[in-house]
Design a protein around this ligand. Sequence first.
Ligand SMILES: Cc1cc2nc3c(=O)[nH]c(=O)nc-3n(C[C@H](O)[C@H](O)[C@H](O)COP(=O)(O)OP(=O)(O)OC[C@H]3O[C@@H](n4cnc5c(N)ncnc54)[C@H](O)[C@@H]3O)c2cc1C
Length: 473
Amino acid sequence: MLYDAIIIGGGVTGCAIARELSFYDLKLALIEKEEDVCSGSSKANSAIVHAGFDAETGSLKAKMNVKGNLLMPQLCEDLEVSYKQNGSLVLCFDEKDRPALMELYERGLANGVEELKVISGDEVRQIEPAISQNVVAALYAPTAGIVCPFELTFSLAENAAANGTDFYFNEAITKIERKDGHYVLNGKFETKAIINAAGLYSDMIHNLLCEDKLHIQPKKGDYCLFDKETTGLVEKTIFQLPTAAGKGVLVTPTVHGNMLIGPSATVLDDKDNTATTQADLDMIISTAKPSVENIPLNKVITSFSGLRAHEKGGDFILKESAEDFFDAAGIESPGLSSAPAIGQYMAEMVANKYNYKKKTEYVSTREAIPCLREMDKESRAELIKKNPLYGNIICRCEEISEGEIIDAIRRKPGAVSLDGVKRRVRAGMGRCQGGFCSPKVMEILARELKLEVEDINKNSKGSNMLLGKMEVK
Ligand SMILES: Cc1cc2nc3c(=O)[nH]c(=O)nc-3n(C[C@H](O)[C@H](O)[C@H](O)COP(=O)(O)OP(=O)(O)OC[C@H]3O[C@@H](n4cnc5c(N)ncnc54)[C@H](O)[C@@H]3O)c2cc1C
């Protein structure tokens, strides 16, 4: 089959582009090297919808961030994604740092961020009582928000699939040839145009075709995630003044009521090394402590890390870099916030070049999987009456039913692994981190996918949870 366009990479960038391009009349596919979308940087980040004051004025990062922030609330409503406009604070602990705070404020204004203001230490503590007494001022950005990065990425993919986009998994693109004016990927996928959204590997894809070489440097960020008992300790996202290494360590609520601290910023060579280290975890804890008093460290339920895709130029690369080859490369932070804008920008770039028109009929909304935990008693009872599997609770911490897990597996694209289920419906995301529900989720996966339970992976190929059956004599 000859595609009009193939997107390489199923992170939030690739899926946002896929959704927007799926509104146009063209034959579209997305190819992902892992077994599911949302398997790269999009699965492990701070989940902040930044207001847009960090990036250099005039940069693509600044433009995409500010526009993405504006588009995000409506997008999340259309796709039924968890989002909250909770606002953010950048804390200033010393009068001598006030010029740096004012610089951020001025940059925010120049970038077009609305409602920004600098407030006093007392005003900060009035709106966030847990903030340290040592804070003298803060930059308050009411337009900042928090989003569920998993739901966002899955919903974008589902919406693109609903409009006819083909998805291919477990297919790492390693070879691209030019043949009869088309591209051939891995010797088998033919397409007129390629869109490179391969995250940490977007340099490798770009360098297969382009003279000017890119170099993506992975930068690891470790996090500690807290139990929901910490809900309400902070309502806003709490930053410190940025450093040369990035936006620094933050303390933030998540849309699901946990608290998150992190990330570190450790330069690595290995693009697949997401192991947390004691040194990085110690660093984020000691750095977060001056922001918020009495962080309850005994409530940490897990730690994890994500890898930023830093390109030496420092800005997003969004352009046609070779004939019919479009880059969406170097998408480090604020890539999540920017995804709605990058999706539109890249889709328009491709559609304009080939003069694609919007389809007469397409869907731009998507229904979320029912969430029993958030329903009132009557709605729960009604759903369980229709399908009793919604009454069988599998994950006790997050109250996730068998019905929801089956929905996650049957979605298109659907979950095929434990983490795929976890990221779609939160089974295994709670206090016990899957200690109780994992075996049951594996059985459901095996039954639905018609596999042996030994074949079920935690996430990528070869991460089987079970090695085989023991013989009992
Ligand atoms: C620690 C950390 C904190 C962050 N915090 C924030 C934040 O709070 N707010 C914010 O806006 N942004 C944040 N970001 C940035 C944001 O997470 C990223 O910009 C965004 O997720 C990038 O999405 P992506 O789709 O470009 O990349 P990815 O999500 O990495 O997706 C790329 C995909 O391409 C696939 N792929 C790679 N090579 C190939 C190949 N050869 N063939 C096929 N597929 C391939 C990968 O498997 C992957 O699924 C943070 C990032 C990190 C790491």
